[in-house]
Design a protein around this ligand. Structure first.
Ligand code: SF4
Length: 376
């Protein structure tokens, strides 16, 4: 469903502001201050980290680096040390660089415009808007992960929020809903709503101040919005596996010790039909009488393989020619043999269709599983 304008655009923000005043968070250590440095440090720490984990780090960091001057003058190793355990260490490096930029370029005072803030290392558009809003009362829209979730559900925005067009649509919505007044209460309210009610998993819609206009709630999509990141396309490969048959025996090769199916006996693998033909004819296979079997699909972690099995009977009684790695397996033994799953499936299927082998006598009889038969 396409995103739509809020039924009551101003009412949405007004209800968020009223809810925040009553039910939102007011006692977080970085609230109740206009100090851009303190607000900035909190916003950077809160990127990718939960409030509960940040609180202790925040206090210790400010004890050690009480203002932007102290942080800019600090040794980077000491900054990293104070960050140790919070993760995403590029945040600490950027914090240090940004503090030096504030000192050297802005005379020690954080700029008050979202654009100038966003030019500092490690400060994106949403973080810049939050700092400008909380430190300077500037009217600027935020769109962090929590807010994306609230807006995607409230306005029924389909698609993955990290994709360009969906993110652009969410930014438009974020700006459209921004009230003229009470921007700080509204911004904090969106953050609080996403962190406490409109959470990942099952949202607490019965307590939500904007439930009556929520598209996801009305259409039963609170579990599917926002949409997850699409799975990466898995590459698809194909190969031909010739089944060289001499009566009830099939030719297998031992695979290289490393790589897919490493060290297992397997049907020979050819890149395509032309390669399969060369391979079969070199071994004395009757290419003209080949029989292509139904393809078999197999999924690996990183790709999908389509195997095209190709049954080819030996033309000459002489058997293999110059094939030093061939092993003969009786079809009736395939079910119990250590073979890759799709190869076993192919051979067991052939065995089920084949009449029981005649008694193996004389020179045409094949060795049992695993026995190597040198070409001759
Ligand atoms: S009604 Fe539920 S899904 Fe909709 S915004 Fe509120 S908490 Fe989120």
């Amino acid at each position: 469903m396409a995103a739509r304008q809020a039924p009551q655009g101003r009412a949405f923000s007004a209800r968020i502001v009223a809810w925040q005043a009553r039910h939102g968070r007011h006692d977080l250590p970085w609230q109740g201050t206009r100090d851009a440095y303190r607000i900035w440090v909190s916003e950077i720490m809160l990127q990718q980290t939960q409030v509960a984990a940040v609180i202790g780090y925040y206090a210790r960091f400010l004890d050690r680096f009480p203002d932007v001057r102290a942080l800019a003058a600090a040794d980077l190793d000491h900054v990293m040390q104070s960050w140790s355990g919070l993760g995403y260490y590029s945040r600490a490096r950027n914090l240090h660089r940004a503090a030096q930029t504030v000192m050297h370029v802005h005379g020690g005072k954080f700029p008050d415009s979202p654009e100038a803030l966003a030019a500092l290392p490690g400060i994106g558009r949403s973080t810049a808007a939050a700092i400008a809003c909380f430190a300077y009362g500037r009217r600027a829209a935020i769109l962090d992960g929590n807010v994306k979730r609230v807006l995607a559900r409230q306005f029924g925005v389909a698609g993955y929020p990290g994709s360009g067009p969906v993110e652009a649509r969410l930014w438009r919505l974020a700006e459209e809903q921004l009230p003229q007044k009470s921007v700080e209460g509204y911004t904090q309210g969106l953050m609080d709503l996403g962190a406490t009610l409109c959470v990942r998993g099952v949202p607490a819609c019965s307590r939500c101040p904007v439930a009556d206009t929520c598209v996801a709630l009305r259409t039963g999509r609170t579990a599917s919005l926002p949409e997850r990141k699409p799975a990466r396309a898995i590459p698809h490969k194909q190969c031909v596996m010739p089944i060289i048959r001499d009566r009830s025996a099939v030719l297998l090769h031992k695979r290289a010790p490393t790589g897919i199916w490493g060290g297992l006996l397997c049907l020979p693998e050819c890149a395509d039909m032309a390669a399969a033909r060369s391979f079969c004819e070199a071994l004395g296979g009757d290419w003209a009488a080949r029989r292509e079997l139904a393809p078999v699909e197999h999924g690996f972690t990183h790709y999908r393989l389509t195997i095209r099995p190709l049954e080819v009977r030996l033309e000459r009684k002489a058997g293999l020619v110059a094939d030093t790695t061939g092993h003969w397996l009786m079809l009736g033994e395939a079910a119990a043999a250590a073979l890759p799953a799709p190869v076993k499936k192919i051979l067991v299927g052939i065995a089920a269709q084949s009449p029981a082998p005649a008694a193996r006598t004389g020179p045409a009889a094949r060795p049992r599983t695993g026995a190597k038969r040198r070409a001759g």
